[in-house]
Each structure stands twice: as structure tokens, then as C-alpha cells.
Design a protein around this ligand. Sequence first.
Ligand SMILES: Nc1ncnc2c1ncn2[C@@H]1O[C@H](COP(=O)(O)OP(=O)(O)OP(=O)(O)O)[C@@H](O)[C@H]1O
Ligand SMILES: [Mg+2]
Length: 414
Amino acid sequence: MFAKIRRRLLLSYLIVLSFILGGFAIAVRIVFTHSFYKQQTQKLAALAQVGVANAEFDNGQIRIENDLPQDKLLKNHQELNWFDTKGNLIQKQGQDILSLPAHVKEGEQISTGGKNRIQSVTLPIISSDDKELIGYVRASQSLEEFDETLNKLDLGLGGGIVVALIISGAGGVWLTHQAMQPIEESFERLKQFTADASHELRNPLMAIKSNAGVALKYPEGMRESDAEKFQAISSATNQMTRLTEDLLFLARHDNIPNHIQETVNLSSILNNLVQLYQPQAMAKEIHLKSQLTEKLYLLGDPNQITRLFSNLIQNAIHYTLSKGTIEIIANRSVSHLIVNVQDTGVGIAPGDLENIFERFWRADKSRSYNSGGSGGSGLGLAIAQAIAESHGGLITATSQLGIGSCFTVHLPVF
Ligand SMILES: Nc1ncnc2c1ncn2[C@@H]1O[C@H](COP(=O)(O)OP(=O)(O)OP(=O)(O)O)[C@@H](O)[C@H]1O
Ligand SMILES: [Mg+2]
């Protein structure tokens, strides 16, 4: 149970941490790319301005003064293009790296040309005399180098997150261990207390039971009402004895792997239980039958395995109305023995199915021992599940209200 809580704690911690680190990495990437584009746009706008200043309108023709530093353009992987008003390319300078669309579009743009991305800024050329549009200048730069840097940044951030998660995971294991230790210790103390209290209660209960038994042995000198009181004391003591034994069993065996490793003949245990409960079933006119594959063996504690199936069969008889049917079907898969205890009883509401293995949980609370009713204490299934788990198995249940229930026990064959 605690290992499961620890794993869930660690997992939640790692999920939260990966969200935080992921968010941080995305923020860093966004800030980095945004400031780069901004800086680049400013540089390209300045370059385009130079291009505009170098363009002159002469006799209806654009003339480009060729005094731009060609090597600087080449070094920066930049290109300048001049277009007329119709978007026809007139001249170009710089590195011939770009395969941008020939048409021009004013403003800044990022487009994919070939395998590289290209950032460009296009400015209009306005004649200084009549303020008319005479063409466009486009300053562009390949983003190849920037994209390489961005890839490295992504790798760095991704790698950093993975390393941080591994280190935090290791730290988290230690932290969850530290955090759970006091809880585990107090749980152990509580379990020990339950075991001790149940154990200590056994002797006084035995004393009450035997005294009530002795008194009931000679009812002659007793008033009838007193005899009834002694009868009630005896029956309440029986229920309390069973309850303390159940509590003691859970305190001793829950979450503790079973140490007794005898070869258990499951077919014979189930056959014996069917024989044992046949009279009880017949008294309620319930058809109790079994369908067992021969030679179902497992390693474990035969007494506990008997108790597990006895609890399931008792429940099936208790929660099945007269003329119903209870069937026990046992089979073997490659690695497990699978036993179904199915009944045509009252069934369990879908919302209640998840609670039935909890201690002291009962669908019909009004009929519990505590309220003096005829029902049980609500520990039977918790004990059955604890036994199945201590043998490396589990119990699952399916049910439909008014139709019946099926409890499936999976026990590994070692
Ligand atoms: N076969 C079944 N059909 C319908 N309901 C069931 C069946 N088995 C268990 N339940 C429901 O699950 C509850 C818990 O079962 P569990 O065996 O733990 O306790 P219990 O039978 O009430 O008491 P105890 O077994 O301790 O005497 C029952 O009270 C009942 O409501
Ligand atoms: Mg029960």
C-alpha cells in the first residue's frame, strides 16, 4: 500500500516538475526567438533604407548607385533586391542565397525558400520630387544559422529537462521515503495496537462466553427473561469474538507476503467447501454447484486459501435469495488459477462495487452486528482480498443489482 502511495507521490511530483520545466523551456525559446526576430527586423529595415537611398529615378527608369559594400552583404548572408512598381526584379546585390517569390509584398515577412527559412523586410521607394511610388527594395537574410542555433538551444533545453528530471526523480525517491516514514511508522503502531487489543480481548471474551454457557446449562433455577439475557450475551460474545479474530487476522496479515509455502490442492479445498456449505444452501433452497478442473495446485497457506473461498461462498449464500443458484468455476491459465464464485443474488449497485473490499463497508448498514442485526461486520471481503494479495493474487468483482454477482479470484501458480 505504501509503495503504491510513494510511487503515486513521486509520479505527481515529476509530472508537476516536468510541466514547470517544460513551461520554462518554452518561455526561454519564445523570448529568444522573439528578440532575435526583432533585432533582425531592425537590421534588415536599416539595410533596406540604405537600398532606398541608393535608388534614383531617372528618365522614368530606376537607377541603382552601386556603392553598397558587397563583401559585407556576402558576409552577413544578406541580399538586396530592387523591384519596379509592378514587382519586376530590376537589380540584386549580395549573396545569391534566396529563392524568395519574385513578387513583392511590403512589410516584414518570414518565408520558406528551398530548405531554409528567409526573413525579409520590403520598403517602398518614393520619389523625392513628386512623392510617387517608383519601386520597392527588399532586404533579406537566410535564417539557416539562426535555425541551427535554435536546434542547439532546443537540444540543450530538452537535454537539460531530462537530466533535471532524472536528478529530481532520484531526489524525489529520497524525499518521498522521508515524508512517508513517519506515516508508515504510525500505521505500523496502529496495526500493532489493533493486533494487541484484539489479542487481549480474546481472554475476557472467552470468560464471558464460558460463564454465559455455564449459566445456560442449568436454566431451571432461572427466570425465563434472565435465560434470554444470557442467550443474548452468549450470541453477542460470539460475534465479538469473530470480530476480534478478523481484526487480529487483518492486523497480522494485511500487506505482508504469505510465508507458508505448502502445495495447496485448490480443487480439493473447493470440493470440501461445497460439501461443507451444502446443508446451509439447501436450507435456503439454493442450488450450490461446482465445475472444477482437476489438479489445481498452488503454493501457499491452505488455511488462508480455505478462509478466502469460505468468505466468498458464505457471502454468496447470505446474499442470494431462496431458489437461487451459486456456481463455483475453477480453471487454470498459463500463469494463474482463476476461480469464479457467481451467484444469482441481490447484486451490488455499480457505485458500491469499488467499496466492497473496504473494511467495515456493508451495503445494508442496518443489518450489521453493531446495530444488533443479522448481518456481518463487513470484514469478510477485506480479509479475502488481503489473503489473495499476500499470495500474489487479487480478487475482482462484477455485479448487477437484482441479477447477481461474480467474484473472480486470480492466484498465481508458482
Ligand atoms: N455475493 C454478494 N452479493 C451481494 N452483495 C455482496 C456479496 N458479497 C458481498 N456483498 C456486499 O459487500 C459487503 C461486504 O461484504 P463482506 O463479506 O466484506 O462483509 P459482510 O458479509 O457484510 O460481513 P462479514 O463477511 O464480515 O461477516 C456486504 O455487506 C454486501 O453488501
Ligand atoms: Mg461476508
